[in-house]
Design a protein around this ligand. Sequence first.
Ligand code: 13P
Ligand code: SF4
Length: 419
Amino acid sequence: MTLSVTDRIESQPNQSCDVELAKGPWEFDLMPGYGPGASEEDTIPDPIVRPGQLPVVYQQMGEEELHERIRRAKDALGDRLVILGHFYQRDEVVQYADFVGDSFQLANAALTRPEAEAIVFCGVHFMAETADILAREGQSVILPNLAAGCSMADMADEDSVEEAWEQLTELYGTEPDADGRLPVIPVTYMNSSAALKAFCGRHGGIVCTSSNAETVLEWAFARGQRVLFFPDQHLGRNTAKAMGIPLEQMPMWNPRKELGGNTVEQLQDAQVLLWHGFCSVHKRFTAAQIEQARADHPGCKVIVHPECPMPVVDAADAAGSTDAIRKFVAASDPGDTIAIGTEINLVNRLAAEYPDRTIFCLDPVVCPCSTMYRIHPGYLAWVLDGLVEGEVRNRIVVSDEVAADAKIALERMLAAKPR
Ligand code: 13P
Ligand code: SF4
């Protein structure tokens, strides 16, 4: 029997990034910062929005009852409801999703059920915002726990990006070159606020996900001389490097420093400016772990998510989005051994789905994405019960003004299909 992530944290506390994660998320929703499992280097948004706790009655409900409530509400709501689940969600929640996918697939899935009155997004805040922007008028998008944010998304805020843009515009000007290419095109990773997607829409830019980042960068280079890529430095670097862009032409932009900490010459020569952001889950993976996996399992295959640092992606056999990882495993043969560098819930699910292969996480420490993990069945039951009673709880609403600009950048992204 495969143990759930919570069971593993409880039973092997010395192999977990933080034993507190085994608690109900309502217990750490009120703690400072992102709570257990988060990197100490994560930037915490200021002021921190502390959503209300889950009603005590739901905190105290037994698992049986929670699951019974979810099933009953789903049956009662029928086609009026669609539940979307990201691959990183816990199995206890994913089992109820009508669509399970990576962030590109889930953005598309949000468009496929216009008849549903409510989209319950079991993912994180930026995904629910995207669904709200793409949803039809009148559809409500619900994030079961409002504390399910993304520490990486918070590493680029609107003010810092505007400030960077001002400095870059002063340096590069605004005139296109002889080929009609603008001085710089902003590209935001899907893991960013709606405000930053709107920024890209306003400035001739685009959104990318980890599955279509290369297609998106090609789109951007057809229209611009260089790219400002935020917030994930690793996805930007790994993708641009695979396209043949030299590392010297990818300076880092540190928003706390003048000119991002670069000289004018460096910026003149730059092709991709990489924002100083990262994912605290993926930065735990190392090339040494890959070496160890290969020593312990000669002949094993290694696949990692492109949010991992460059030496990890370089050392792996393959890198790709969460769906690309799923497909890599599906295409493997019985008896194969596959080491994966991504979030533990997806790795465990793949291991359970393919018991005739040896599938394990490169990081021996159990460390789920602590914000995704906040979508507990208790929150799902509470929002679904609300819908049955005619009350929309935890609705995510992007203002019309922001949504209009963000939609431009998102529609460009949806047209840039993953390879
Ligand atoms: P995917 O787009 O691969 O689903 O990744 C989303 C994410 O947040 C990974 O950390
Ligand atoms: Fe954000 Fe990393 Fe969690 Fe993905 S895994 S949602 S990038 S913190």
